[in-house]
Design a protein around this ligand. Structure first.
Ligand code: XMP
Length: 513
């Protein structure tokens, strides 16, 4: 494998994406975890040093274990990674008098295996710079192979050792041929064949799960979402009926969702599944509660109670399986970044492993969402399951501002089903990251069949996004919105007005609570 050592750049994930897109499997590990023992165990075939916000001259600057340079494997340093490499190998880094951000053009100084299919039809390449410090004096063995007016050491090369560095970021799309550059490194310099596929990942993941779990028991909470579904099917393939799934229906799922999950897992995959209808319990405890954070805490707490009770009933388990994805991991380990405030308490099964004394199995930890979907396809999960929009753990609770009642949940379920049906009919479902309805605690006056009505407002939401961190509202055609509104008002009792939410994130969040 290829090893990416992370120094805290905002775009380290993109390096991994680009590398895997070229058919080479890689993993990202934080610099402080990559010590001598780790390297002995991991045996990387090549290494990429990521960018980062630090300066090599800071006290306690993050630096790679010096052993990486003695492994005899090719190394590619990006921005801060380049500086760290040059600094440790005997060169000099300087603070820039001016920081350089954005578009720049580099020109080739000499040919290099790194430049295959680049600088075609001209001697310039458009790249994306983002740095404060830069190389001032080269380390022995290196030569300059490309430069720009602002970056005399834009690309450096030590072909003997296979060490390369760029001042710019090849992993971002603004570096027009960045993907090609990284591919040239992995294929031409490091000798990867580019034959890694999802099928290979599946086989490897299954081996890893078997090695980790042995003959112990695993329990997995299903939410109906893609991540936990894929994790469960993969783990079942690895260890069969040592896995038990638990599905908790809190009464705040979408229309028909519980049946779909139960059918798929129990009947289609034959995976042992405990399904618990805990709707009375959840809705009871939520009665009269309208504070969003209180709702979230109540649901998170009850979820753990119910899961714990069910786990005990089936005799417990040594491992808890979770569909944790790579972006979740990165967010929680971005040790170098500053502290971030809690906007919302996300509900997951955090707290359970300690309470039940379980270890975690997280077979999707290295994957991005679209890779999880590809793995799901590889495992034969039905397409509608794979392409599903994300659905939050607290479910409809955070789409009913104010007090929650079973009646309101039913109304919302009906309206939302119509909305989603119309989106699918219009062929827009896959273009949208997430679409849903929100039932507002506001009644307005209307007129239907010559009679006055005084009923609730329903808000429609749809956003595009790549990771849920930022989002844009979806620009529906007006006739589409009109059609949905008419159907909902005609078919759903209790709603007499429909509005469309045109707030982006930021400043809004995707969910209303
Ligand atoms: P926000 O509303 O914070 O949502 O912009 C970003 C993404 O996260 C989902 N979300 C959750 N997912 N448990 C989850 O599993 C939660 O408590 C939760 N809250 C929000 C939201 O649907 C969107 O995709």
């Amino acid at each position: 494998h290829l090893l990416i050592i992370d120094f805290g750049s905002q775009v380290t994930q993109l390096i991994a994406r680009r590398v895997r897109e070229s058919g080479v499997y890689c993993e990202i590990h934080p610099y402080n975890k990559v010590d001598s023992a780790f390297l002995d165990e991991y045996k990387p075939k090549a290494i990429i040093l990521s960018g980062g916000p630090s300066s090599v001259y800071w006290k306690d600057a993050p630096l790679p274990d010096p052993k990486v340079f003695d492994l005899g494997v090719p190394i590619f340093g990006i921005c801060y990674g380049q500086q760290a490499m040059v600094h440790m190998l005997g060169g000099k880094i300087e603070g820039g008098t001016s920081r350089e951000f954005g578009r720049a053009f580099i020109e080739k100084v000499s040919d290099d295996p790194l430049f295959e299919d680049m600088f075609v039809g001209g001697d310039k390449e458009e790249v994306w710079m983002s740095h404060g410090d830069h190389v001032a004096e080269m380390a022995p063995g290196f030569g300059v192979v490309a430069r720009s007016p602002g970056a005399p050491f834009a690309v450096i090369s030590d072909p003997e050792r296979g060490f390369y560095g760029t001042q710019f970021h090849p992993e971002v799309v603004h570096t027009v041929h960045g993907r090609q550059l990284l591919r040239n490194f992995t294929h031409n310099v490091a000798g990867f064949k580019g034959d890694w596929t999802m099928a290979a990942y599946r086989a490897e993941a299954i081996e890893k799960i078997r090695a980790q779990v042995g003959d112990k028991r695993v329990i997995c909470g299903l939410s109906g979402g893609v991540d936990s579904s894929v994790a469960a099917v993969l783990i079942h393939e690895a260890i069969g009926d040592q896995l038990t799934c638990v599905y908790v229906d809190h009464g705040l799922m979408r229309l028909g969702e519980s049946e779909q999950v139960v059918n798929l897992f129990r009947d289609h995959y034959n995976i042992p599944l405990v399904d618990v209808d805990a709707s009375e319990l959840f809705l009871g405890k939520l009665e009269g509660v309208s504070d969003p954070e209180k709702k979230r805490k109540i649901i998170g707490g009850l979820f753990i109670d119910v899961f714990d009770a069910e786990a005990t009933k089936i005799g417990g388990a040594d491992f808890l399986a979770q569909g944790t994805l790579y972006p979740d991991v990165i967010e929680s380990v971005s040790a170098i970044g500053g502290p971030s405030v809690t906007i919302k308490s996300h509900h997951n099964v955090g707290g359970l492993p300690e309470r039940m004394n379980m270890k975690l199995v997280e077979p999707l930890r290295e994957l991005f969402k679209d890779e999880v979907r590809a793995l799901g396809r590889e495992l034969g999960l039905p397409e509608p399951f794979i392409g599903r929009h994300p659905f939050p753990g607290p479910g409809l609770a955070i789409r009913i501002p104010g007090e929650i009642t079973r009646e309101k949940a039913d109304t919302l379920r009906k309206a939302d089903a119509i909305y989603i049906e119309e989106i699918k009919k219009a062929g827009l479902y896959d273009e949208i990251w997430q679409a849903f309805s929100v039932l507002l605690p506001v009644n307005t006056v209307g007129v239907m069949g010559d009679l006055r009505t005084y009923e609730a407002v329903l808000a429609l939401r749809a956003v595009t996004s790549t990771d849920g961190m930022t989002a844009d509202y979806y620009p529906y055609p007006h006739d589409f919105l009109g059609r949905v509104a008419t159907r909902i008002i005609n078919e759903v009792k209790g709603v007499n007005r429909v509005v469309y939410d045109i707030t982006s994130k930021p400043p809004g969040t995707i969910e209303w609570e």
